[in-house]
Write a protein of this length. Sequence first.
Length: 149
Amino acid sequence: MNWKKLIKNVNTGVMLLIMGITPFFTSCATILGGGGKPAHLRDTSRIRWGYVIADVLFTGAIGLIIDFANGAIYESKDISNRSDIEKNIMNALNHNMPAYIVKKDGYYKANMKDGKLEYQKVGDEEIPQSVKNSINNFITKTSSQRNIN
């Protein structure tokens, strides 16, 4: 028996098997559509049907499950009408960073609930010192620039 030929045929067979089953463990919208979306950016009323069809044809139920689970199958919400401050707050919250705003009557911590920003008033003692320092530096910088102009 020719062992070299047998090993070559086995290696070729394993590679073809891997190439044949790999699509069934992936999903079209996740790979081609840029990955999953955070919950607050998903428009669950609008599905990207091209990816649904591609998943059914190429990856089967596994691809559909993955795409629906990570949100890649959904259209993105239009956040273009939000202010830059709201976009920055949403970005911070998306990266599990706390976000605060300052109003005349105190500090507010931002939270995301059902895709909407909500602000809860917090006491001065709840604000981390590093955040207070950043806020004070910003206020000082902004007021000195206003005095120059």
